[in-house]
Design a protein around this ligand. Structure first.
Ligand code: PMP
Length: 426
């Protein structure tokens, strides 16, 4: 049994002063039982908790840490930036450098704007497409999560699914009225929505690689269909690349599938572990933002110098040595090894880029409705056994795993063997 004495004490204190003891719901371990583990430090592929237990980390802060914990290049960039001042509230060079870097990696991003979270990025992009088109309605898909802004919380993935909340209280019906929620992988549902509301649909918003309700890898033809139908009806296509952006490759899912959306939203890797979100794309649309245009959006800490330095160091490092390709290769080796180990079980690992997801059924789901809900109980057992074995997975069956460049092949082989035997024991 793991000794979690200090974590238990901290959680007890947290429950007295922080709502629910946590600053983001899935951290509460409700779906896997037990006490949230208080992390003291991270180094490379590992995290160490306050009781001294060490784990190989496959959560990686839910995605931002593509270089692992405390990568020297990142730490140095952040130290250097901090020494020169943590925030100016005005323009500085690093924001230009990061924007230029993004443009060079993602040619479809003509203009970008930085914010402080993925939620803010998507919320701002949605306001922008509404301003640009003069239309109100947004199509989103069941299981896709786009942050916690009011009108995007309907059927929105892991956090809600984990806690069994169908949709958030506190969202006025009037707001949700403009959000059309459709199942993924269903062309006819989209066609019907356009037949009914075509003139009022501002945009389709989709995670091109849905990774918030399991990993629901879409057909390329389906994404191409979304591109065509939006064009046909004069509405826009937003790819929410908060997870997939700078993760599956330099150009994210847009490059992976060879599809150019009108706007993209980013978060996670683009900040390398500090709070950054961004949205960008077609110049004529981005021009609508204040001060050039009439769509208002702003932020005291937007483009924060520490955050920009961290994101820039991360992207430059990744770009310097084909790290994306190497990372993707070692991830598929890792998941292949687990899959080989468990091939006689109705449990599998799906993966794309350096993302992976363990699912508890034979057929790979590509829409939220296809996920067998019985998997949650099995995941709970898997999660706790993995923890005992020194492997930290995300504390929810609906969350994906992340591999970083700091995960060495040898560590991945060992983790794959261990996970394989744990899964066989379920
Ligand atoms: N969009 C997607 C696709 C996400 O995965 C997330 C976060 N998991 C968000 C938006 C919201 O980002 P944040 O948590 O930084 O607000």
């Amino acid at each position: 049994m793991l000794n979690l004495e200090k974590s238990k004490n901290l959680y007890k204190r947290a429950l007295e002063c922080i709502s629910g003891g946590v600053n983001s719901p899935v951290r509460a371990f409700r779906a896997v039982g037990g006490t949230p583990i208080y992390i003291e430090r991270g180094a490379g592929s590992h995290i160490t908790d306050v009781d001294g237990n060490q784990y190989i980390d496959f959560c990686c802060s839910w995605g931002p840490l593509i270089l692992g914990h405390a990568h020297p290049v990142v730490v140095e960039a952040v130290y250097e930036a901090a020494a020169n001042g943590t925030s100016f509230g005005t323009v500085h060079e690093k924001e230009v450098l990061l924007a230029e870097k993004i443009k060079s990696l993602c040619p479809h991003i003509e203009k970008i704007r930085f914010v402080s979270s993925g939620t803010e990025a998507v919320m701002s992009a949605v306001r922008l497409v509404r301003g640009y088109t003069g239309r109100d309605k947004i199509i989103k898909f069941t299981g896709c999560y786009h942050g916690h802004s009011d009108y995007l919380l309907a059927s929105a993935g892991s956090g809600l699914a984990t806690l069994g909340i169908p949709s958030s209280a506190g969202v006025p019906k009037d707001f949700a009225r403009h959000t059309l929620v459709l199942p993924l992988d269903d062309e006819s549902a989209v066609e019907s929505a356009f037949e009914k509301h075509g003139d009022d649909i501002a945009a389709i918003l989709i995670e091109p690689i849905p990774a918030n309700n399991g990993l629901l890898i879409q057909r390329k033809e389906y994404l191409e269909f979304l591109r065509r139908i939006t064009e046909k009806h004069g509405s826009l296509l937003i790819f929410d690349e908060v997870i997939s952006g700078f993760r599956v490759g330099a150009g994210g899912a847009s490059e992976y599938y060879g599809i150019t959306p009108d706007l993209c939203t980013y978060g996670k890797v683009v900040g390398g572990g500090l709070p950054v979100g961004a949205f960008g794309g077609r110049g004529d649309i981005m021009k609508m933002l204040a001060p050039e245009g009439t769509v208002y959006q702003a932020g005291t800490l937007s483009g924060n110098p520490l955050a920009m330095a961290c994101g820039l160091a991360t992207l430059e490092y990744l770009d310097s040595n084909s790290y994306w390709r190497k990372l993707n290769e070692k991830t598929s080796k890792f998941t292949d090894t687990i899959n080989k180990n468990i091939k006689d079980r109705p449990i599998n690992v799906a993966s794309i880029g350096s993302l992976f997801w363990i699912y508890f059924q034979s057929n790979q789901p590509i829409a939220a409705e296809q996920i067998d809900s019985g998997g949650s109980e099995k995941y709970k057992e898997l999660f706790n056994k993995a923890l005992e074995a020194g492997i930290y997975l995300a504390p929810s069956a609906y969350e994906v795993g992340f591999v970083s460049t700091a995960h060495a092949n040898k560590e991945l082989n060992e983790a794959a063997e261990k996970l394989g035997s744990i899964i066989r024991s379920l």
